[in-house]
Design a protein around this ligand. Structure first.
Ligand code: T4K
Length: 371
């Protein structure tokens, strides 16, 4: 690693002084975890910022997602997307449920809602779509299907912090939505996550799930685990929340620069945003069409690495091709997801990236395109 290395992302860090001022009270209270004052402050600030009625913090997004599945007391099969990070599928499997994979849409990478109904069986209990790269799923159609078949809907909104659809926070759709606040996310708490809900009764359920079912020193009301966010994480979240709009604004400038510089390159395509949505500029994914572009995605990734530009193949391999799943899902046909997984490349995007660096990255891409 050199100072000239460009990574796919870098975490936003508040100034050292801002963070230390935020954590200073912890030295007085000596209360550093177990749902302390900063935890409470962040929980209500985030519910407001994300425009959701209820929100429970977790120590990471993955445990929040597992908690969401557990809270709904599901059984049997869950229809989901294969075009995602390992966490989505692992959460389903680790909760004793069976993932059933639905193909995705070429336009935005989200689950293809027109293919969901054909996958529903008497064992189906839920749908778990992903707002991949912050692109909103067709929440309206998914809600109609869920109603018709009496299914629960849990959104993996790991990438969608701050995204709104028709003026509503994206976390307000479905029965439950999970956000990730991992260091690589547009808003982060170092590690962290949350589940959002409309029904206030879930507050107690998630409290049990993340804190051993403890209600009082002598009252253990449920079989919960430990998935609590600590005060140092919450402090990072409170600082980063102050800078979130700035972070998004800077990423917007960079994204627009990418779009300008990459426009017109044959064989390079960008995904579309659903109408009526706001964008959080979480990722800068591009699709490379071999045959039309000068080389395939893997060769482009390697060529960029030669220039110490470290892109990522989010999301390759497809979940169904993971060593731990490929035998079970060998016969499953997911042509669009497979094609996308082989072609997508996430380019560097973070607020400290400079416009000149974007120009440099695009110059290498244009050279590789051979146009
Ligand atoms: N659902 C979805 C759809 C998700 O994408 C994720 C997480 C989850 C659920 C689960 O949420 P969490 O439990 O993670 O909260 C990263 C993240 O670790 C992961 O959070 C994220 N998705 C996934 C898409 O990306 P990797 O394996 O790519 O991370 P890593 O360590 O290779 O980091 C990528 C780049 O970021 C590095 O090359 C440099 C930079 N980086 C990273 C870290 C950790 C830094 O500059 N500083 C850092 O501290 O998974």
């Amino acid at each position: 690693m050199t100072e000239h290395d460009i990574f796919v992302t870098r975490p936003h860090l508040p100034s050292f002084e801002e963070y230390t001022a935020q954590i200073r009270p912890l030295w007085e209270s000596q209360w550093i975890t177990n749902l302390g004052a900063l935890h409470q402050q962040l929980e209500s600030a985030l519910a407001q910022r994300l425009k959701v009625e209820g929100l429970s913090l977790f120590t990471n997004g993955h445990l929040a997602l597992e908690g969401a599945l557990q809270a709904l007391d599901l059984s049997g099969e869950v229809i989901t997307t294969p075009f995602t990070f390992a966490s989505t599928t692992h959460a389903i499997v680790r909760q004793g449920l069976t993932p059933v994979f639905c193909d995705i849409k070429e336009t935005d990478g989200t689950i293809d809602e027109t293919k969901i109904e054909a996958l529903i069986t008497e064992k189906t209990s839920a749908i778990l779509p992903v707002h991949v790269y912050g692109n909103c799923c067709n929440v309206k159609k998914i809600e109609q299907i869920a109603k018709k078949y009496d299914l629960k809907v849990i959104y993996d909104a790991a990438h969608a912090f701050g995204v709104e659809l028709n003026g509503r926070g994206i976390g307000s759709y479905g029965d439950l939505s999970m956000f990730s606040f991992h260091a690589t996310k547009v808003f982060h708490t170092i590690e962290g996550g949350a589940v959002c809900y409309k029904d206030p009764a879930f507050g107690r359920v998630f409290h049990h799930i993340r804190d051993f079912g403890i209600e009082g020193e002598e009252l253990i009301a449920a079989v919960g685990g430990n998935a609590k966010m600590n005060e140092f994480q919450a402090a990072m979240g409170l600082c980063n929340l102050r800078h979130f709009e700035e972070e998004v604004a800077q990423r917007k400038v960079l994204t627009e620069e990418y779009r300008r510089q990459l426009k017109g390159i044959s064989g390079l395509r960008m995904l579309r945003q659903r109408e009526g949505t706001t964008h959080n500029y979480a990722y800068m994914p591009v699709l490379i069409e071999p045959g039309r572009f000068g080389m395939d995605r893997d060769a482009l990734c390697a060529a960029l690495r030669e220039h110490r530009i470290f892109t990522r193949k989010y999301f390759y391999p497809l979940v169904t091709d993971f060593a731990c799943y490929r035998e079970q899902y060998a016969g499953v046909q997911l042509p669009v997801a497979k094609r996308m997984a082989e072609r997508m490349l996430a380019l560097p995007l973070y607020s400290e990236l400079r416009v000149a660096e974007v120009e440099g990255i695009c110059a290498v891409i244009r050279e590789c395109a051979g146009q």
